[in-house]
Every structure is written in structure tokens, then in C-alpha cells.
Design a protein around this ligand. Sequence first.
Ligand code: SF4
Length: 627
Amino acid sequence: MPYGYHGRILRVDLGDESIGVEEPQDLLYSRYLGGGALALWYLLRELKPKSDPLGPKNVLVFAGSVISGTAAAGLSRFSVAAKSPLTGAFGEAEAGGWWIPELKFAGFDAIIIKGRARRPVYLWVHDGEAEIRDAGHLWGELAKEAQQGIREELGDERVRVALIGPAGEKLVKTACIINELKHANGRTGLGAVMGSKNLKAIAVRGKKRVKVADGEAVKKLSKALRDSYEEPYFSVGNLGTARVTTMLSEQGILPTFNFREGSFDGADAISGETMAKTILKRRGTCYGCFVRCKREVQVGEPYFVDPLYGGPEYETMAAFGSMCGIGDLKAIAKANQFCNAYGLDTISTGNLISFAMECYERGILTKGDTDGLELRFGNTEAMMSMLEKIGKREGLGDVLAEGICPAAEKFGKGAINFAIHVKGMPAPFHEPRGKVGVGLAYGASATGPDHMEFPHDPFWASEAGVALLRPLGILEPVDVYDLGPKKVRLFVYLQQYWDLLNTLGICVFTAKPFGPQTLNGIVDYVKAVTGWETSLFDLLKVGERHANMARIFNLREGFTARDDMLPDRFFQPMEGGTLEGKKIDREEFTKAMETYYEMMGWDPETGIPKSGKLSELDLDWLSHEGQ
Ligand code: SF4
């Protein structure tokens, strides 16, 4: 009998409206655990390479893990995966909230969706069953109205809804999937994949508790985790993820003016501390989590921000703040609400607007291109208008909605030099010139630059930081500017660890080095839930398996080692702030990437996984793929 998972995966073909349940072998769960690793197992088998990401053949997977829906804090996260319409590479995005525990309570571990519905529909999953329902009346609705419409129709206010807004319907390539109006599967444009399938939402509800192998141990471990949590003033719980804004600016690593500079005069005004003192209405949370780092803000005239849409995270603060040169917290809160209502990834969309601002300031774009907008850094009104144009695909917004590389190509005049992306995905807001391991992460991530690929360099540049990661065999600190083999080795270990957290659906803010959960504590918890005699070695292998499968996915799509290169800007000196003049050495970076490939068991020149590595990970079935 399985513990922690149901052994039931829902399969839906929207084309012929068929619904079925797959009952995989237990081995699938112990090899892949859940999340992106489980999703990749299906994508690599069932999605033909070079398929149109917005065509009916794309496969869209929603996956929790073998521990989702159980008692411990931080188990709120799940992965959505498909081929990305933004990059053409592997697309994966995680979100928290309450959606995945509810799917488990409804009796399923994951959902696999294929085909395209003939009309707008939503999926209603409840108590071991599923049905496809008409969503014609919800198409075009903003997130709040659509969620409310579904709850009223189903007569249950506690139905959990993951949905797309108008941006996903219009196939904006930076569209996301939103649950509870504020938790986003943000990156890689998966909202557009839902839109292409005419799928407005997936509503879930159930009463089936998840059975665990050792209930007493699960209770004890969950309580110990709760008891070990402390909350200093400067914590993520107290001040939200935007607690770091001022500090990053002082250190010269707050991306500003499209990554030209690293310090922003308005940083204090858009900090977590200022938010806590001004517009914060209450702290929000996810399923079972005591950290409560989510923000719910309220703003009156002229912006009218509804706390139900949450509040800006650090990434959003940088996206519409320092990147666009805007120090108006209330305007950023409004931009955040707009993104959640329309279903737009705040990171990619903010980066796009900042890119367009630089193009305007350099004369690549003119007022003739912007419908008369003075699209300069610092112009709040222009930022808001541009955001609306992207969400509605109007004017220049329609061009930007195709993604940063197609837009740069259309602009011409060297615009591509100011597109801060890797593999076509706009970069998030962490400055690799001030913490070079982040550069490795941006290059190595299969989905494009991802700030959640590993804990950033400063966390293990000190003895105290290293002590928190001791079970990984990390024994000595490494300098933030070191790009040698020591840095690469720690990146490899830490990437596997964070791949594991993402696969299990554990929020990084509840685990070391940020939160109270220890690495060995995770092992004990998985043991208590599943009853497996597992170990840290066994679990980290799943993280490594995930990285290798994602690499193979991209190789099949035609990506090569060249696509792991950073944009030129990171090899050029920073123009302002306390790190003025700092840059990454291109040769050193290239060497570090080769070392990374070697440490991963990949060919040092091509980055192709060697057959021995695939066999070691029990991925022989992929040995002829991507060669
Ligand atoms: S730490 Fe924050 S984001 Fe993570 S589960 Fe808790 S409330 Fe959600």
C-alpha cells in the first residue's frame, strides 16, 4: 500500500474530452518523487521533439510530490511543466498556495493534460473524479472574477482554483498560472500553454486525507520544525522577500536600469520595511506554513489595490522598481495586482519593460513606436501603460508579448545587446557580477535564468553559512567572486539540493540555509511519510536525475552549450553603484561552465550527458536522445 501518494495520476485529453486515471508502479514514485522530475518522465516519453509549444500536442503536467498534502510546514509547492512557448526549451514553474494539497485531498498525485478543447473549458477535479465544464462565460474575465465565478457555480467557497487571466488567453509568452489570486507558476510562459488549450482553470476540492506510514513520527517532526522556527526582525516572515532591497542596493547588486547599474536611489522607498510600515494590511501564508512571508497590501487612490491580490515580492519590487527606475511603492503594488489579475509573470514582464525603456533611451524605439509614450526610466505612467499594453497585446505591447528575443529582432538596430536573457528567458533580478555563482545558475538552468536554482553565493561565503550545509559535504566557505573549481563544485551540490526541494515541493524559505528544516530532517520526514528506507544520497540523486532529464529535453529541441552563455552585459563593467566597474571575465566563465559539465558527467565541450552518467542515474532509456 502506498503512503504519501495515491498512486493515481489523472489524464485528460481536451481534444476528445476523454478522462482517465493511470496507476503507475511504486518504482516511478521512488525514482522521481514528483514535481519537475515526474513531469519530465512523462514529457520525454509523450511529447515529440520540435512540437509546437502552443499546439495541441504539447503536454502540460501539474505535479505534486510523495509528501505534498502532509502535515509539515512548507509543503505547499508544486510544479507545472510543458515545452515553453517563451524559450522553446523545457518549461517549468513552481508555485505555493493551497492548490496542490487540495489536489492530493481530491485523490490525485498529478494531472497530465493533452489536446486542445474546441471551446473554453475548465477542469473540475473532486473526490477521485474529474469533469470538463464549459468556461465560455469565464473567458476574458480577470483572475478574481473568474475564481469567484467558478466557486459560485460549484457552490463551494473552498474550491482551490489555478487559472489563467486574459494574458494567457491571448497567448502572451510571459503569461503565468495563478492560484488564490496571488501564488504564481510564473516563469517560462506556461499560462500561454493553458490558453492554447482553451483551458481557463483547474478547480480542485477533496476530503481524502493523505495516508502516511508513521503518523506519530510525522506529527513529532512537524512539531519539532515549528518549535525550531525563530523570527528575527529582518526575517523573510516579518518583512517579506523584499526585506533585502535596501541591502542589495548598498552592496551594489540591486539590478537597476536594465542591469546597467547596481544601486538605486529609491531602494529604501520600495523595501520590505517601508511596505510593512505603510501599505501592508496583513501577512499571508501558504498551506500549513508558520513563516507567513506572503504580503497582502491595500492602496487607495489613485491605484486601488485589493489585498486579495497579495502584495509585491522582492522580484516584483525590482522588476517594476529599480529595473524601471521607479521608487513609487504604491505604483509597484498596482503593477503587481495587474500582473496577478491578467496572469502575467512579474519577472519576465518587468524585465521586458526595462529592456524597452533602454531601447527608447538609446533611440532604437521612438514615440512613433510607443503610441506617444515617453518610455524613459523613471516614468511611472509609461511603465503602467506599457504593462497594460503587454497584457492586452496592444501596440508595442503586442511585440513585447512575443518575448524578449523576437521583440529585439523586430526592433533591430542592435537591440539584442540590451536584452538581458539566457535561452530567450528574461533574467530575474540578482546580479551575477556581484555573486558569480548566480551567473553559473543563469547559464546552467535548463529553463533559462532562474534565481531559484541554488542558494546564492553569500550564503556559503562564511563559516556560519557553510555550517548549515554540512551534510552536503560543504566544508569551507568560497568567496563570492571565486569562479574556480571550488565554486563550481559547491554549485553542483547546491543545485542538486534545490532540485530536490523543488521536486519534493518544499518551499526554500522553510529549509536550510533560509529556514529551519535541515537536510537530514527532510530525509527523516520522507521516511516517516512514505515508509521508505531512503537516505540523503538517494534523494539527491533525484535532483541530479531532474537536471539530466531537463538537459536531454533541451538537446532534443536543438539547444547546445552555446545557449548556456550569459548576455554580453554581464561581461561588461557595471556603470554605477558600489560595484562600479565590476564584470565577469568571459574566459573564466567559459572555463567554469566546462568544469560544470565535467562535474556533471557531461561532455566538457558539448554539454551532452555521457552514457555512463545516464546509466548511473537509471536513465538508460534516454541514452540515444539528444545526441
Ligand atoms: S515560507 Fe512563505 S512562500 Fe514559503 S510556504 Fe511559507 S508562506 Fe509560503
